[in-house]
Write a protein that binds this ligand. Sequence first.
Ligand code: CDP
Length: 223
Amino acid sequence: MYNIPVIAIDGPSASGKGTIAQLVAKKLGFHYLDSGALYRLVALQSMRSGTDFTDEIMLTKIARNLDVFFKGDKIFLTGRDVSDAIREEQCGIRASEIATYPSVRIALITRQRAFRQPPGLATDGRDMGSVIFPDAILKIFLTASAEVRAQRRYNQLMEKGISANMAALLQDIQTRDARDSNRSVAPLQHGKDAKILETTDLSIAEAMNTVLQWYAEIGTNSV
Ligand code: CDP
């Protein structure tokens, strides 16, 4: 189990880490885990069931019992396709609030680690390298300026036909950055063992190639 390589890509909201992790997984034939989707699923289910978002016990129950399955790039919750619904900005904001509860995070650990299957895993989130896969072979902190991230999120929502407002998105991103970085459990930080990938001026292909090159260098150096 533990010699299965993991590439952990952590970073702030809308930095493009999901896109890059997915492409890297495809190139290497690895499995892919979008850990943020799990927090978004807990958020969606809690909103749909009218659960009070300060009720940590109920939210933990939802996290523990999530009836989810991933099929290609589609995500099903209790049999319904929620791939687009979980991308709504409201769901992301609620996910970031829910993610501050330690017992919710603990309830999702086993589910995340189960994605580590041969031949390898590429994953993205906030604590992939620090908490979930501390022995990841490659840890990356992928970031970009808040303005560029707001623009990327705007484009992503437009492509999905979800309406958005640039000024509001920038404000959300800044609020989420502050909450994700300052929480007491598993805060978003670039660990000393993570390589920083600043993508403000990089294309998707350039960022992906950098990750692949770093991964190849590890292989070469460990021979
Ligand atoms: O990329 P974006 O920030 O829009 O969202 P995401 O990666 O889908 O994650 C949604 C929220 O879940 C984040 O704002 C984090 O607060 C939380 N999250 C977390 O705490 N730990 C993770 N490993 C992944 C996401």
